[in-house]
Design a protein around this ligand. Sequence first.
Ligand SMILES: *Cc1c(COP(=O)(O)O)cnc(C)c1O
Length: 226
Amino acid sequence: MNASIESQLASFREQLGEGVTLVAVSKTKPDEALQEAYDAGQRDFGENRVQELVGKAERLPRDIRWHMIGHVQTNKVKEFVAHVHLVHGVDRLKVLSTLEKEAAKINRVVRVLLQVHVAEESTKFGFDASEIRALAKADRWPYPHVCPCGLMGMATFTDDERQVRDEFAQLAALHREVASAMQPVAEAHGEAWNTLSMGMSGDWQIAVEEGSTMVRIGSAIFGSRP
Ligand SMILES: *Cc1c(COP(=O)(O)O)cnc(C)c1O
């Protein structure tokens, strides 16, 4: 047992307050660690591998909200679409059209965040800001079974706090810029364009200062990963 999971969660909840949702990133961690967090009141969990998310969803309590935070392979969408509360890593049109197709098949609407590439590293995924603007400017949102709830992004992995802050600020500005176009789409599903998923164990404080409404914290809760 890891006695610190409960105290770390309590500490985050206190520091984050009401306005910021804590997604506990439980990738690679065993069911027992998630159960411990669940018993401490945590309900939002993030995974980045389809097989792992689906397995855990089948074994762990039904009221957990599962967040798919990883890069989405389109051939795996049909496996997780029924289990997922929110897909953070929607980074290209092909993912949107595949989610549309698979959600329609099971007569469900899937909530998504559009991932935006703001970091310097080309290894990170995401739409460019111009692609998000194009989606917002289109006559209509072409994915009736996909509900856009906001943006997700990752800052450059660097000690340069100013750069990280600037990247998060860019994301927040883009989120506001397209809100008037996206809010009606979300509202049609009884949802809102109100989620800005940014901030991890190493940079969540800066992210929250720049307007994050959802942080994805793994190692600071569950300990480091192999
Ligand atoms: C692993 C992961 C996290 C959590 O990272 P930590 O540094 O352990 O908090 C957050 N977001 C994404 C997309 C991840 O893959």
